[in-house]
Design a protein around this ligand. Sequence first.
Ligand SMILES: Cc1cc2nc3c(=O)[nH]c(=O)nc-3n(C[C@H](O)[C@H](O)[C@H](O)COP(=O)(O)O)c2cc1C
Length: 333
Amino acid sequence: MAYLTAPLTIGNLHLKNRLVMPPMATSKAGPDGEITPELLQYYDEKTRGGYFGMVITEHSFVSADGKASANQISSADDDKVSGLSQLSDVIHKNGSPAVLQLNHAGSGTKQSVTGSQPVAPSPVMNPSKAEMELPHELTHREIERIANDFANAALRGKQAGFDGVEIHSCHGYLLDQFLSPLTNRRTDEYGGKIEDRIRIHLQVLKAVRNMVGRDFPVLFRLAVTDYMDGGLSLADSIAAAGLLEAAGTDIIDVSGGMCRYTAPGIEEMHYFTNQAKAIRRVVSIPVVVTGGIKTAKAAEELLQNHDADLVGVGRAVLHDSNWAKNAVKSLSV
Ligand SMILES: Cc1cc2nc3c(=O)[nH]c(=O)nc-3n(C[C@H](O)[C@H](O)[C@H](O)COP(=O)(O)O)c2cc1C
């Protein structure tokens, strides 16, 4: 049997293969973040046939001040649970488990989107995007509130029938801003060494676990590099992965930080794979890697090399809704 088509069980999560549909924002939600027919149709098309071992839905905002962009999905209110149930239903009916991604944008947004000044660990401009706004530094009380917002959103995901939640700490958004030395200049217990820069992650995870219980799968999408001078080091990401595992994370999903999900100037495929491999060496929970993987052969080789346990394929699937079907079938003959 090919590595890509081998099943994997992680606690209560039974994956029929190692192929992951990674979160990809569609901007198809309603103005208040509600699930729309267009969005359901998109997920139906992408997940038809159940060829993905796991589908992670696009980032949803856990609170109004953490909304990243217009027409983003909301997990911020109880009235969103019924719409989110429709979303998990579509993916389940097609035959794949569904994981809801949870996000707070921090300074990776604008006042015109959130209605308030963006927030961040420190009042520095976000280097992940052009034309950002100066955020205000979060107080301890606000950090506590945001941890609870993640927890409430996670519970909504569980109530909506999702099989797990993924906490977003990549691509220049709030938790990633705490992770990166470029954006975290705090001198209190949330800044400085890596154990302190991921204090908020552990706080969020604890709050989420209190809400959803130990058996509900919780994934972390963890940045492994900023590909910028003075940015996040791999050693710090490795340490963070170990601490997140020890605190009860079920899966580490590797991607970029301030460089977002690509690696500028690096043309070769698999631009986060070396980092994923390094993390996989120190944790015993499964590791997902996504980034630049375009062919079933490449995904299979990556798994054969034990670089990761699961492979995400994003833009290739965006461009071709039959990509997963063709990939699985090509490896099943
Ligand atoms: C249009 C688009 C939207 C994305 N939205 C999200 C998102 O909501 N959350 C997230 O963690 N990653 C997001 N990503 C990153 C993807 O999950 C993935 O990591 C990235 O596309 C690199 O993988 P690929 O080379 O297979 O496309 C997005 C990527 C694209 C192209």
